[in-house]
Design a protein. Structure first.
Length: 315
């Protein structure tokens, strides 16, 4: 389990993942050496990793939630294969290890059709395929669960929170240098300007300018990866909710405010609202379903599955 300073540092990194240790130390009122030492310890004990993530929606692309029923001996291998693909953003094993859920990010209509209509249908051991298009994100992406842990006081949050991104004005076009920079930041979100210069072939001044531009347009954001059990969350669940159309926006907004919710989005299909949640125990999950989900207006049905193993976790 993590102590209060560890939690503060994790939330601070969620707010500004590239902030220098000196800046984090100033906000947290500790020494630079303490921040560096805690960061290294979190890396060793919680597998802490800072990842630069491309927001595909800002590029005019669509995310798909793909649910795959598998033969009993094939789900783990399929999940591992999907995790190696560059067009997957989240992969998990569900339902006793016989079901795989992944977030797919096809780069084109042709890629989407080839994957959903051909490749997955022919994959050995896959017995069922369902795909839901993400229509609207209520929570997730740049907003992470660590934003909700209240480890920092309001003044500390305000000191680290980045400026809002520019309103979307059509899809952003990426050139080859931007793609190289995004790839480098995906490998290490805290890579220095010198390291980014070496991996992209751009000058430090251009790297800095491009980095600021990608963040300002919302194409690039950073996520903090860590072992959720170290914060006491032993149970991760996925909820598929069937909601009356007139209540969908209100229900999604309500879910976004729940401290248990990591992600919430409106999707196509009969279950038109999907959420991923974290809980300490299955009793807590039961109470959440009964008390909080049960109190939402317009909810007709809820299907719940536990994430047994998360194979790929950035989203």
């Amino acid at each position: 389990m993590l102590d209060p300073l560890d939690r503060k540092l994790l939330q601070a990194l969620q707010l500004d993942a590239r902030a220098p240790f000196s800046r984090l130390a100033q906000v947290l009122d500790v020494s630079d050496q303490t921040v560096a030492r805690r960061f290294r310890r979190l890396h060793a004990t919680t597998r802490l990793r800072i990842v630069g993530v491309t927001d595909e929606t800002r590029l005019g692309r669509t995310n798909w939630l793909v649910r795959l029923g598998c033969a009993s001996d094939g789900a783990a291998d399929l999940a591992a294969a999907l995790a190696r693909r560059p067009d997957t953003a989240w992969v998990g094993l569900l339902s006793g290890g016989t079901e795989v859920l992944c977030v797919m990010q096809p780069r084109s209509v042709q890629d989407r059709d080839e994957l959903l209509l051909s490749r997955l249908q022919r994959t050995r051991g896959v017995v069922s395929v369902s795909a839901q298009c993400l229509l609207h994100r209520f929570y997730g992406g740049p907003l992470g669960w660590l934003d909700k842990i209240d480890a920092l006081d309001p003044e500390q949050e305000a000191a680290l929170r980045p400026p809002p991104v520019e309103p979307a004005n059509g899809p952003v076009e990426l050139d080859e240098p931007a793609v190289r920079l995004l790839t480098a930041l995906h490998r290490d979100g805290r890579a220095t300007l010198t390291e980014l210069q070496a991996s992209t072939g751009l000058s430090e001044s251009v790297v800095k300018q491009r980095l600021e531009q990608l963040r300002a347009t919302g194409v690039l954001y950073f996520t903090v990866q860590y072992d959720r059990q170290t914060l006491g969350n032993e149970v991760a669940a996925i909820l598929w909710l069937t909601v009356a159309p007139g209540a969908l926006a209100a229900a999604g907004s309500a879910l976004a405010a729940h401290t248990e919710v990591q992600f919430a989005g409106a999707v196509t299909g009969q279950a038109n609202l999907v959420a991923t949640t974290l809980h300490r125990t299955t009793d807590d999950l039961y109470a959440y379903l009964s008390d909080r989900i049960g109190a939402l207006h317009g909810i007709h049905t809820v299907e719940t599955a536990l994430t047994l193993r998360q194979i790929k976790q950035f989203a």
